[in-house]
Design a protein around this ligand. Structure first.
Ligand code: FDA
Length: 583
């Protein structure tokens, strides 16, 4: 009918979850429309820490170089400082995001990419541009109003905010990536655990060149302990680098039970000067906003043909830098499944595994981020300032850590422990990378992931037990060096084997043909597609050289075979059919 626009997938939202979903859909050739309420992407820097898994996804999509070009390099993100103000005394530092010599190896062994800093204001345009270039119809100033679904699709009412006119978009599937106040999630009545607005925060963006105070201790985050910094907020006052070293964002808390504060120019200037410890400094305030801290996650992510992703399903403080990363990763999990179902390669039941696989991730990151935010209190307790009644008393308490007295010694020892605890916020490699899926899109071989030998929040442990992420190793030949993930691109399933498993290739070709599913075999070994350059892969694969790993488009291992079986074709067929819900 006239006035109805049709597409395969409608994405609501152009944040990290929505713009990434649109990019993935277009990359896979699935017709899609992305609508977003405002005239352009995020207007404040917000998310910035971009972890290894998110960078791997950008690498997979061929946009890693574009992201790196706009990002602050890994080498500059790590000397996180705790101080009484930027110009004031330093309480201590922690090397963050895997920049410590003691942790750098863990990070480099786990991924071809390193954590970088790219503010949302820079990342979203890259995602939107690449999505649009590859086929997405992007509609700005277009608001989602409501939807109804039937057996074949979803009718979505949208408002063109420029003309004030409403129209209907008919899509086979709808993705609600409309953020922490998601209307799509409310309309499908997703079940949630937890609470919204548990603490109040304000963001103040400003420009000021403070290179002399920070350039020698380069970091993204400078945490400020001073009167008021343990009220509301995200654990302490924060001066966050947006661009080194002249654009900044301050996060400062307020009591959520009080009237929301008025942050006018004078108030913003005062807060900036206090946190910088530079009472005379002229700064250019570029924006202010208030926002609430949340501790809430959805326990189910889908209703029929409607799915939610990103902050719509996990709402938490920025601690651990997980928000935008997890949002991109949600969409990465969902979109290849939608593509497989839309192409008739998978049974629609495959789509149910999105919720089964990602809801536990949402719960884990919401709990971790909130715990990290609360654990700041240990620093306040160590300094003895939680009960301080005046600024003078607070300063006196902070001073006491210098004293050559038993009290001073006790404070110094407590600070060692409190700082150590912050590794759970800033070097939580296991939380960042250690996602393990259990669902019908994973065919178990009866094995369980290995017992963690180190703290599973802090340390990532590679494994090929089905459900794990494909371990990283460098492979290649005399001309190129590739990461293992490069062998298994997003547009297909990949079977990885060794020279003794060469017979898998013919089996896989037949299975791909029988099931009508793109499946490529890669044989690793001398004289084959790639060589195990450093002999690392042989130690990581956990199967015999003749065994095989079946890798999903999102790099999780769907199935493995310890060695070459008598009937490789049948076993592979059964496994892949099972993953696709076709058995
Ligand atoms: P997001 O909120 O970004 O986007 C929602 C989209 O939906 C927008 O495009 C909006 O226009 C659209 N929309 C909403 N309603 C609509 C409607 N009815 N119709 C049409 N469109 C609609 N994360 C991280 O990983 N690392 C970090 O360091 C930080 N740091 C950080 C600092 C601060 C101060 C904040 C406030 C947040 C962070 N985060 C973060 C969190 C991060 O900003 C957040 O997790 C992501 O933006 C979530 O991405 P989404 O795409 O899910 O939602």
């Amino acid at each position: 009918p006239v006035g109805v626009v049709e597409t395969d997938v409608l994405v609501v939202g152009s944040g990290p979850a929505g713009s990434a979903a649109a990019l993935f859909l277009s990359h896979l050739g699935i017709p899609n429309i992305m609508i977003t309420k405002y005239r352009w992407t995020a207007n404040t820097p917000r998310a910035h820490i971009t972890n290894q898994r998110a960078m791997e996804i950008f690498r997979d999509l061929g946009i890693e170089d574009q992201v790196l070009a706009d990002a602050t390099d890994h080498a500059l993100v790590g000397d996180t400082v705790f101080c009484t103000s930027i110009a004031g005394e330093e309480i201590g530092r922690i090397r963050t995001w895997g920049t410590s010599p003691a942790r750098e190896a863990d990070y480099q062994l786990a991924s071809p990419c390193l954590t970088v800093d790219i503010p949302q204001t820079y990342l979203e345009p890259i995602l939107v541009r690449n999505a649009t270039v590859r086929g997405t119809q992007a509609r700005f100033s277009t608001e989602y109003l409501s939807h109804t679904q039937d057996a074949e699709g979803v009718d979505v009412r949208v408002l063109d905010r420029l003309t004030g006119s409403e129209y209907t978009i008919r899509a086979r599937y709808l993705i609600g990536a409309d953020g922490a106040r998601s209307k799509v999630a409310a309309d499908i009545d997703l079940p949630y655990q937890g609470r919204m607005d548990i603490a109040g925060s304000m963001n103040i963006t400003f420009k000021a060149d403070i290179e002399p105070y920070v350039g020698h201790r380069p970091s993204v985050l400078y945490w400020v302990v001073q009167p008021g910094s343990n009220v509301g907020g995200i654990g302490a006052g924060l001066v966050r680098m947006v661009r080194p070293w002249n654009e900044w964002l301050i996060v400062w808390g307020y009591d959520i039970d009080d009237e929301p504060p008025t942050v006018d120019e004078a108030a913003a200037q005062q807060i900036v000067r206090n946190l910088l410890g530079m009472p005379e400094l002229e700064v250019e305030i570029t924006g202010t906003s208030l926002w609430g801290n949340n501790e809430m996650y959805a326990t189910h992510l889908q209703n029929g043909r409607v799915f939610c992703a990103g902050d719509a399903i996990h709402r938490h403080p920025p601690s651990n830098g997980l928000g935008s990363n997890t949002s991109v990763q949600d969409s990465y999990n969902l979109v290849w499944k939608l593509a497989a179902v839309l192409r008739g390669q998978a049974d629609p039941s495959l789509l149910d595994t999105y919720s089964v696989e990602r809801a536990p991730v949402a719960e884990r990151i919401v709990k971790r981020a909130n715990k990290s935010s609360r654990e700041f209190v240990d620093i306040f307790v160590a300094l003895g300032i939680t009960g301080a009644r005046s600024e003078a008393e607070m300063i006196e308490q902070i001073e006491e850590r210098k004293a050559n007295t038993p009290e001073g010694a006790a404070k110094r020892a407590a600070l060692v422990r409190a700082m150590e605890l912050k590794n759970y916020e800033f070097n939580a490699h296991g939380v960042e990378l250690g996602q393990f899926y259990r669902s019908s899109a994973i065919v178990s071989d009866g094995s369980e992931p290995p017992e963690p030998v180190r703290d599973p929040d802090l340390y990532y442990q590679a494994s090929t037990v089905p459900g794990s992420h494909l371990p990283h190793a460098w492979v290649g030949d005399n001309k190129r060096r590739l990461a293992m993930m490069d062998l298994a691109p997003y547009d297909r399933f990949t079977l990885i084997t060794g020279v003794a498993g060469e017979a898998w290739a013919a089996a896989a070709d037949k299975v791909a043909h029988e099931l009508g599913v793109p499946l490529t075999t890669v044989v690793i070994g001398p004289g084959r597609e790639v060589t195990d350059l450093y002999y690392d892969w042989a130690k990581l694969r956990e199967v015999e050289e003749s065994g095989a790993l079946l890798v999903r488009p999102d790099k999780h291992i769907a199935w493995r075979s310890g060695s070459l079986p008598a009937d490789a074709e049948r076993e592979l067929h059964d496994a892949l059919a099972s993953v696709l819900g076709r058995n």
